[in-house]
Design a protein around this ligand. Structure first.
Ligand code: PLP
Length: 351
């Protein structure tokens, strides 16, 4: 247990005194009573399926998620993609021009983008050669204004997960919030940190329906944290941030958990097959990194050249050569079997 922690010391002053905007649907929630009529929100009364404002608290989506992920509903906040969730965290806790965040390149680009948008300084502490956090260096780099440490695990683009020991030490010793981005957790055999949200009051976990759940198009990101943190984020989120169509599609999908598990199992099996095949190719593929995600990072002889050659074969991958520690690396997403075959054929054909 982390005992010396008080969330109030991290919240921005202007946010502390905020009252959440109360929307019409917040004030009267029990829309299930059928004889009620709703003349409170200036909606168009002619029914077309989406003429009403959506549930601002997304209760049905959260009920399903709470059950699937075995957490309490009060520990969940939903956003318009992880992007919005991350932006809300910045706006609640980071004072522009004063505070800073710590990121661990090579990693997901959005943390730095959002820091720049919010005018928050960035301290970068490179991962080690084997893509693990340099724990002591991170703690040394942190100062009184270091509000957030971003840990992406499994990490994009490297594919590996951070060791339990490193994450645990950072959770214990870092004085700000630790955000663990678990966008790829469902492809990993490592355990999620979700079980620890009640043990570490400074822990925030983000997940998404964009990857394993196959719903990148509806934009639904998930934040799990202590009730206190969720409450702060709730006061600043736009009231109707998750639209009705998104909520409906999320509910449909979350009710088909067997289908999701089946797809994830197929993708893991394809990932492992692809890795083995790529390792068997002799020639310009120098290394295939281990992956806990639905993608593989490869080191090649000349990433720019290979990227262009693959484009000429109609295969679009991601060139990561300009990322630190990723010189001549490319990242490939795992597709369906036929797509992976086409990738393999292209990789074997190019000289
Ligand atoms: C893909 C990805 C996300 C997902 O972002 P959404 O806005 O939810 O689609 C989040 N974090 C990482 C590291 C990712 O690679």
């Amino acid at each position: 247990m982390k005992t010396d922690f008080n969330i109030n010391n991290l919240i921005r002053e202007n946010i502390k005194s905020l009252k959440p905007y109360s929307s019409a649907r917040d004030e009267y929630k029990d829309a299930s009573i059928s004889e009620m009529i709703f003349l409170d929100a200036n909606e168009n009364p002619f029914e077309n399926g989406v003429n009403r404002y959506p549930d601002p608290q997304q209760n049905d989506v959260k009920d399903l998620l709470a059950e699937i992920k075995n957490v309490s509903k009060e520990n969940i906040l939903l956003g318009n993609g992880s992007d919005e969730v991350l932006d809300l965290i910045f706006r609640a806790f980071c004072e522009p021009k004063e505070d800073n965040i710590i990121t661990l390149p090579p990693t997901y680009g959005m943390y730095n983008v959002l820091a720049n948008v919010n005018d928050i300084a960035i301290k970068e502490v490179l991962l080690s050669e084997d893509f693990q956090p340099k724990v002591d260096k991170i703690l040394k780099e942190a100062d009184a204004n270091s509000k957030i440490l971003f840990l992406c695990s499994p990490n994009n683009p490297t594919g590996n997960s951070f060791t339990e020991k490193s994450v645990e030490k950072l959770l214990k010793k870092f004085k700000g919030l630790v955000v663990i981005d678990e966008a790829y957790i469902d492809f990993s055999d490592k355990e999620s940190w979700l079980k620890k949200i009640n043990k570490y009051p400074n822990l925030i976990i983000t997940q998404t329906l964009s990857k394993a759940f196959g719903l990148a198009g509806i934009r639904l990101g998930i934040c799990y944290a202590s009730k206190e943190i969720i409450k702060v984020l709730n006061t600043i989120k736009p009231p109707y941030n998750i639209n009705e169509l998104t909520q409906q599609r999320a509910i449909e999908r979350l009710q088909q958990i067997d289908e999701i598990k089946n797809e994830v199992a197929q993708l893991i099996s394809e990932r492992n097959r692809l890795k083995k095949e790529l390792e068997g190719c002799d020639g310009y593929i120098e290394k295939v990194y281990p992956s806990d995600g639905n993608f593989l990072l490869l080191k090649v002889d000349d990433a720019n050249k290979r990227y262009q050659q693959l484009i000429d074969y109609g295969v679009v991958i991601r060139n990561r050569t300009n990322q630190p520690l990723c010189e001549n690396c490319i990242r490939v997403s795992v597709g369906i079997c036929e797509e992976n075959q086409r990738l393999l054929r292209a990789l074997k054909a190019i000289k």
